[in-house]
Design a protein. Structure first.
Length: 245
């Protein structure tokens, strides 16, 4: 919700939209109003859709986004599962989200949704290859796929220094994986109405929307772990959680 609020607030300044800046103090109530609207909005399911595939797709989209959190170290000894194949787990689980996008496009029984779903899957699969290769340099420098080992190896120098090109490729490929601008081609509002989301409404549409932000957080968190020293960063030391607690 914080990411939604921040992005909409910045966009509203650029686009001269009043809601996110005027509703409530600093526009804070706009996100709350939108949440209430989505929770109470009618769940419309067209008659011709494949109802099981249509319904499951909106739920399945959040599964990989949540599972990836298991290997993200939020601080020293603050990780759910410090697997020996942490990076491999991240890449493998994150790629599962393509199935949900394909199910949403196919199950909608709509040519615009199908084209949007296929376009989304094609883009995600294409950019997964350079994303994986951008991580190889970090693995070679560390000699391990374990997240804690990668962070420990950056105690004296962040990997952003020797692996700047790798980070740049990761940034571009990660943005494309998230279908964020300028890689938001799967939505294709000019020719595909809203892409694979065309037939979704209410909370089902909101799940796709929130999963996108959850994935954005995950991609950013993995970038901080692999290239910016994890909890060794200068602004958020590992002991900060004690203060917050």
């Amino acid at each position: 919700l914080v990411l939604v609020y921040l992005e909409r607030k910045i966009s509203s300044f650029i686009q001269q939209r009043y809601g996110p800046n005027r509703v409530g103090p600093k526009g804070l109530l706009q996100t709350m109003a939108d949440t209430i609207k989505l929770l109470t909005k009618e769940d419309i399911i067209p008659d011709a859709v494949d109802k099981w595939v249509f319904r499951i797709a909106s739920l399945l989209i959040f599964v990989p986004a949540t599972m990836v959190f298991a290997v993200i170290p939020f601080g020293d000894n603050m990780i759910i599962a410090d697997l020996n194949i942490g990076i491999f787990y991240f890449v493998s689980v994150a790629s599962v989200s393509t199935i949900a996008f394909l199910m949403a496009g196919w199950g909608s029984n709509n040519k615009y949704s199908l084209l949007g779903g296929m376009r989304s899957v094609a883009q995600m699969v294409s950019y997964e290859i350079p994303l994986v290769f951008s991580l190889v340099g970090v693995v070679m420098l560390t000699g391990s796929l374990k997240m804690s080992d990668i962070v420990a190896a950056q105690k004296n120098m962040w990997f952003i220094v020797p692996q700047f090109i790798g980070f740049f490729i990761y940034f571009i490929a990660g943005t494309a994986e998230l279908n964020r601008a300028p890689f938001d081609l799967p939505e294709g509002e000019q020719e595909l109405v809203a892409g694979l989301y065309t037939e979704y409404s209410g909370m089902r549409w909101a799940l796709f929307y929130l999963a996108e932000y959850a994935n954005a957080f995950t991609v950013s968190a993995i970038a901080s772990v692999l290239f910016f020293g994890g909890w060794h960063g200068p602004l958020l030391p590992g002991y900060l959680w004690l203060v917050l607690k």
